[in-house]
Design a protein around this ligand. Sequence first.
Ligand SMILES: Nc1ncnc2c1ncn2[C@@H]1O[C@H](COP(=O)(O)OP(=O)(O)OP(=O)(O)O)[C@@H](O)[C@H]1O
Length: 237
Amino acid sequence: MISVQELKKSFGARRVLDGLTFRAEAGVITLLIGCNGAGKTTALRLLAGLANPESGTINIDGHDLATDRRRALAGLSFLPQAPRFHPRLTTRQVAHFYAQLRGREAVAAERELSAWGLSEFARVPTGKLSGGLRQRLALAVFALADAPVLLLDEPGLSLDPAWRDQLQEFLAAQAQAGRTILVATHLLGEWEGRADRCLLLAEGRYAATVPPDQLRDVFRRKDAPASQWANAEAAVR
Ligand SMILES: Nc1ncnc2c1ncn2[C@@H]1O[C@H](COP(=O)(O)OP(=O)(O)OP(=O)(O)O)[C@@H](O)[C@H]1O
């Protein structure tokens, strides 16, 4: 479970997060949506411990990120928006490196390479992989963490439709296994009816919970206030 309370973060004079409060429960897929610049990536980076908020609290599976950082981050895997690998290392070398880092056996690295359709590219330097293949390697590395809390920033953007499907199936299975899944995305049509909860960010705050079967419409109705999406089961309890 992720619980975020009153997060504030600025870059220079610009306040990007302005009292962001929300929860993402275990066993479900929660989407984080919002316009370009709404603060989704910033929020995920704070959750992953890659930057610090000015104020506010982040709790991951019962561990406060500020006071119990090691345990909070031990249970978390983060897929950044544009993952990078050393261009001269091969796909296999990268997977095995991260398996070692995460205390997993070499066989787990090979299993993930196969699961993400990378076995035939195992000897290819990552600098020569296409964008979609590199993203699949990032997902293999991400899955190797075997963590109870999964954060993903635009995971489907460079994937073809078949692999986007595969990704959604993977995440659905992870949710079913009781994990906490938080995905920042603009690919709303693809998630319609497949996400469990959808939180709208606007002006650096939680604005509304959008019904998962109405995701396609959320940014079409420019004239409608975000509050029209708020339902009785507000995200903030
Ligand atoms: N390191 C940084 N330095 C300065 N400004 C930043 C930095 N990181 C983010 N910002 C600014 O913070 C705001 C929020 O950015 P963020 O990437 O969190 O938005 P987002 O909701 O993920 O957007 P998008 O949908 O375009 O990916 C933007 O105005 C961005 O320019």
